[in-house]
Design a binder for this molecule. Structure first.
Ligand code: SF4
Length: 392
């Protein structure tokens, strides 16, 4: 039986509803976010431009849910405290934290305790109060619930910087293994398409995003990457987030293994290659089951599978060819192209000054025809720099 707190204080509610919101991810593989832990269970350090950390109040309006998704902490019938903020309570509390300098933005979601439109209206009322009554101009990410009407989404877009809806899975077959009552194309995908349409007509400052649950439904990385690519190209999504599954007590998935943090991190890296490096999903290096290697980053995996493309001569290679070299990112590739004619490369030291990770790149390049490889070491690392300038 769910336990309802009688007349809880707002701070009590915040602790409960902050914990309920932590399963929505927004921007960083958990392998790297170990250093960026949530504070008090509800202050989430999102990563902004240039690696700046932006503390967000990340919270549910309510954790009471009619849904029974197998993996979810808030599912109906799970025995724990159910609480709800009224819009005025939530808005006031957020502003108190904002004015106290504790948070700089709001990420508001909710479980589905009634008709989705009714719950969405309450969340929207919170955001409206935050904007109109309290004059807050900073970042607001508002979750759209499955089944929300398009005119309400359009209204939400007037107040939020970002709207999102969680697709959870690559298709209905996988979704049914996670959430028996959700309809993939009629509810989730249609919801995302509605948000994307609203965004096209009146662009949101921080775009449209979605989240996928990784692991328990048995989907492959290839299927996830194909879906993400379709969403980036077809709907103009800003980001797809990958939430590695963690089993929770008293849920039907309690006994399932957690998703490996390396799998989650490699998905973020592969996603980055799709969005920023011109890779297509079919180029990524999968194993026989359609999964990315976990012991090396996917760009290195691709390079090792394509010896015919290397070594690349740094003095003459195009920007696109440089981008494919492990250890050379977009910024260093641009610097190489800009500076090589004026100043020359200056050998491996010069490359390092341009921002390349030389210990990796040197195995795949020549400089003025000279090849200077280094012995390969273990590659099980995630280049944190890759994510630092990602926005939220
Ligand atoms: S709809 Fe499903 S995922 Fe969403 S809060 Fe309810 S049980 Fe959890």
């Amino acid at each position: 039986m769910a336990v309802y707190i009688k007349k809880p204080e707002p701070s009590q509610k915040l602790r409960v509803l902050g914990v309920g919101a932590k399963f929505d991810v927004s921007g960083y593989p958990s392998l790297l976010s170990a250093k960026r832990k949530m504070r008090f269970g509800f202050i989430y350090p999102a990563v902004g431009k240039g690696g700046r950390l932006i503390p967000l109040l990340k919270v549910l309006q309510s954790n009471a849910c009619m849904g029974n998704c197998y993996y979810c902490a808030n599912r109906q019938g799970r025995d724990f405290r159910r609480v709800k903020f009224s819009p005025s309570e939530m808005a006031k509390l957020f502003i108190r934290y904002y004015e106290g300098g504790v948070v700089k933005g709001l990420f508001l979601s909710s479980a589905i305790s009634a008709r989705p439109t009714q719950v969405e209206e309450e969340m929207l009322e919170t955001v409206r109060l935050v904007r109109e009554k309290y004059g807050f101009r900073g970042y607001v990410h508002l979750k759209i619930l499955p089944g929300t009407e398009e005119d309400l989404i359009a209204e939400a877009a007037k107040f939020a910087d970002r709207l999102s809806i969680n697709l959870e899975a690559p298709n209905q077959t996988y979704l049914s293994r996670l959430s028996p009552f959700k309809d993939y194309s009629g509810q989730l995908l249609r919801g995302l398409e509605r948000i994307a349409r609203v965004h096209r007509e009146s662009p949101l400052k921080a775009g449209v995003t979605t989240q996928l649950v990784v692991g328990p439904s048995g989907e492959s990385d290839r299927e996830l990457m194909e879906l993400s690519h379709k969403l980036y190209k077809g709907l103009g999504l800003w980001r797809v987030y990958y939430s590695g599954f963690t089993p929770l007590k008293d849920t039907p998935f309690e006994g399932l293994p957690p998703c490996s943090k390396w799998r989650e991190a490699r998905l973020y890296q592969a996603d980055f290659l799709l969005r920023r490096y011109g890779f297509t999903p079919s180029e990524l290096p999968y194993d026989g089951e359609g999964n990315l290697p976990q012991d090396m980053d996917p760009k290195l995996g691709w390079a090792l599978a394509h010896p015919e493309r290397f070594p690349v001569e740094v003095e003459t290679a195009s920007f696109e060819e440089l981008l494919r070299v492990p250890g050379i990112g977009r910024i260093s590739a641009q610097r190489i192209v800009n500076l090589r004619r004026k100043e020359g490369i200056g050998g491996l030291e010069g490359l390092k000054r341009m921002g390349a990770v030389v210990k990796r790149a040197r195995n795949f390049i020549t400089i003025k025809g000279k090849f200077s490889p280094s012995p390969q070491k273990g590659e099980k690392e995630v280049d944190e720099q890759l994510f630092l300038w990602e926005e939220l």
